[in-house]
Design a protein around this ligand. Sequence first.
Ligand SMILES: *Cc1c(COP(=O)(O)O)cnc(C)c1O
Length: 354
Amino acid sequence: MASALDISISSVERSRLPDMDMNNIPFGHYFTDHMLEVDYQDGKWQKPLIRPYQPLLMDPSTAALHYGQAIFEGIKAYKDGEGNPFIFRPHDNYRRFNISAERMCMPQVPEDLFIEGMRKLVGMDSAWIPQKDDFSLYIRPFMFSTDTYIGVKPSDTYKFMILLSPTGPYYAAPMRIYVEEFYVRAVPGGVGYVKTAGNYGAAMHATAEAKNQGYDQVLWTDATHHKYVQEIGTMNVFFIIGNRAITPDLNSGTILTGVTRDSVITMLDDEGIMVEERPISIEEIAHAYKAGTLKEVFGTGTAATVAPIKELRYKELIMEFKVEDWHYCPTIKSKLMAIRDGSAPDIHDWMFKV
Ligand SMILES: *Cc1c(COP(=O)(O)O)cnc(C)c1O
């Protein structure tokens, strides 16, 4: 389908790709040759621009820096065996982006700007998409308020951008997770279900304390009673207990609606295991561990994909797992990888051709 989107394009004179060591690309450090940029002014989106990746010139009074109207997305692009580029489920991220925009009083981004703009940018920089297990091109759409005015109100102007970052594996080793019972990430009525910048700033202190104790991340519990588990860092969480897979439901508005979560629910269902989306308490998890029925615990997210947890610490209880003996987590991880690299059929129509 031809794009009706009118983009003004200026290309780099020389790509930086030959200077890269593409075997050594930790998450989030490197960016491709180009970026997409478009401003919202006078109540409408202006003409989008693709230009060489470069710093932005900003007024110090830029509203986003003060009051946090800032949202983002995380998406990945892959290549199939023939080297054709594909993006994983970008329309789901598009819908979530506009849900975030609405909650943060920001304008909606039109679908062709988000999808066709991304497709054009990824197409231009497709040589940067790694073709190797656990490697991918991470796509970062984001929007922030740009009024140069220090007053607490929704901005009248915004900037929407897309960056591309080639990346290797996110968490190399199985994770150690600390069950957080003091700090909170999200409350009913709050912004836990949207990808807004402040959620991450607010979470850093708890994560830093857990890291000081040797853990990789925290497992958040509900703000009222610290009883029900929510999610981990930038991942949703799954528990295999007995012959069921359980993941917290989304009804309280305190959990990010993960696209990977949704994919994994579908794939677990394909595997024939019953999946329950419901509140799950840390007591239930500890009880299942002691009874020997807690088989697997893993996180799911675009950055980390499917990440096993080898240790879960709740108060004095240290729950340890033999990750090598697991079934579902490695099966889902490798099947998802196979769909993404084109070696397995895309039966759920998740791969969007660039
Ligand atoms: C992005 C994110 C996730 C995972 O969502 P995906 O769509 O699977 O990448 C989970 N939790 C939080 C807090 C997130 O920001």
